[in-house]
Design a protein around this ligand. Structure first.
Ligand code: PLP
Length: 258
């Protein structure tokens, strides 16, 4: 849409924002150009291939990505991890999911959404999708049991879930909400970036995603507690890097980005 169109959408005869069709696959990957080549060469030339140390005092690219990602999303914190699946597993641990906890999610998603729940020791419970092809808030409410701890809306193919209704169900039953934003990076719901509405938002930067580095994931959150637990879980040695109370330590794995 351009100014000359007076706000007319392309479907109503306005000028399309894109003059060329999107690539059929790998949208982010096909946009790789000189800027990205330079960024990769900068890393190689600086010999700074690890996020916490290396020659020189330069800030790691992972840390720069986290700051930029949080700023663009309007989130307080972002943590870069190795994949979208790792982001989900980390986010689930961070919001407190553990053995026996039920997490409600749709079957219409990529298998990683449910696999991450299992990886966190939880039990995936499938709820129906509605005519939006996204999680049906009424069926989510019907699937709640005494063991339910969280809802995982999955924003499929760029479309936002009905977050207002889902957040209302969550708040009524004291449940956490973890958004799977792997397929909807850049999307928003009523002016808020997807991923910033629930307790944690989990993104994928895998090769077939809108923004890509081949593999990578990001967890965003506004909660200090969730951020702290995300840090502890995504890097097994993170608790030693910060002043955490030993009673709140979470045993982590290694999902660090370089
Ligand atoms: C909805 C959804 N969730 C999670 C993932 C997992 O992301 P990754 O492949 O980066 O582990 C994907 C990736 O395809 C996805 O489409």
């Amino acid at each position: 849409m351009t100014q000359a169109d007076n706000g007319r959408l392309a479907i109503h005869g306005g000028q399309p924002a894109r003059q060329n069709p999107d690539p059929p696959m790998y949208p982010g990957g096909m946009a790789i150009a000189e800027e990205e080549e330079k960024a990769v060469l900068d890393v190689l030339r600086s010999k700074r291939l690890f996020r916490y140390y290396g020659p020189g005092e330069t800030e790691s690219k992972a840390s720069q990505l986290e700051k930029a990602f949080a700023a663009v999303k309007g989130a307080r914190h972002a943590v870069a991890v190795t994949s979208g699946t790792a982001a989900l597993a980390t986010g689930l641990h961070a919001i407190g999911i553990g053995p026996g906890d039920e997490v409600i999610l749709p079957a219409y998603t990529w298998i990683a959404s449910a696999a991450a729940v299992v990886a966190a020791g939880g039990i995936p419970v499938i709820a129906e999708i509605d005519e939006t092809l996204l999680l049906d808030p009424a069926d989510v409410a019907a699937k709640i049991t005494p063991y339910t701890r969280a809802i995982m809306p999955v924003h499929m193919r760029g479309a936002p879930c009905r977050m207002e209704e889902l957040m209302a169900v969550a708040s009524e039953h004291g449940l956490k909400v973890i958004e799977d934003v792997a397929q909807a990076n850049g999307g928003s719901y009523r002016g808020r970036s997807l991923g910033t509405i629930g307790d944690a938002g989990c993104f994928s930067l895998q090769f077939n995603k809108i923004i890509t580095s081949g593999e990578c994931g990001v967890v965003v959150t506004d909660s200090e507690e969730v951020w702290k637990r995300t840090n502890m879980y995504h890097d097994v040695i993170a608790p030693l890097r910060a002043e955490y109370d030993e009673n709140e330590l979470l045993c982590g794995v290694n999902y660090r980005m370089p």
